[in-house]
Design a protein around this ligand. Structure first.
Ligand code: MN3
Length: 200
């Protein structure tokens, strides 16, 4: 098939005790796989679009045929969001580098950034994602509903968090706040720095 599930750059238990093994495994092999399968199904009759990358598809949603627009938005978005997200996660990477400098410059200090990012992610009604994006060379915290990706609005995500319940319900139950707290222990700042450099 055209789009395939990317291999995780770490073991399912690599983010313990913050993100649990069972959640990571189900999230990757069931949820992410389902987005890949449904994206492939949507593009089955559109060979020209199968040649494009998922970034290109999501970036130019409005140029898609109307019969598959919603499917690509949801499942292409889901595939892209998760593919982008997995490498952003890693334990024991300290807050450092060019992105960290820019965050401190923009938000005052790390705690202020954490507070604003957390507030935005907690404020998402239902399912969606919290993001730190580069928008016209400036940092911005934003959220998207469902599986929408900031690229569709011309903004480049450098850090994200999945706040769909499937990403925390087994471990954190209904406590999204506790999940957010744990998230800050597994941010791969090396990857965020790489994303930041590419975005500018
Ligand atoms: Mn998810």
């Amino acid at each position: 098939m055209t789009f395939t599930l990317p291999v995780l750059p770490y073991a399912y238990d690599a983010l313990e005790p913050y993100f649990d093994e069972q959640t990571m495994k189900i999230h990757h092999t069931k949820h992410h796989q389902a987005y890949v399968d449904k994206l492939n199904a949507a593009l089955e009759k559109h060979e020209d679009l199968q040649q494009k990358t998922v970034e290109e598809l999501v970036k130019h949603l409005n140029s898609l045929p109307s019969d598959i627009l919603t499917a690509v938005r949801n499942h292409g978005g889901g595939h892209l969001n998760h593919s982008t997200w997995w490498p952003m996660l890693k334990k024991d990477v300290k807050f450092h580098g060019k992105a960290a400098d820019a965050i401190v410059k923009h938000y005052g200090n790390f705690d202020k950034f954490k507070e604003e990012f957390t507030k935005a992610a907690l404020g998402i009604f239902g399912s969606g994602w919290g993001w730190l994006v580069v928008n016209n060379d400036k940092l911005e915290i934003m959220t998207t509903p469902n599986q929408d990706n900031p690229l569709s609005q011309g903004k480049i995500p450098i850090l994200g968090i999945d706040v769909w319940e499937h990403s925390y319900y087994l471990k954190h139950k209904s406590n999204r706040t506790a999940y957010l707290e744990d998230f800050f222990f597994v941010i791969n700042w090396d990857k965020v720095n790489e994303n930041f450099s590419k975005a500018r």
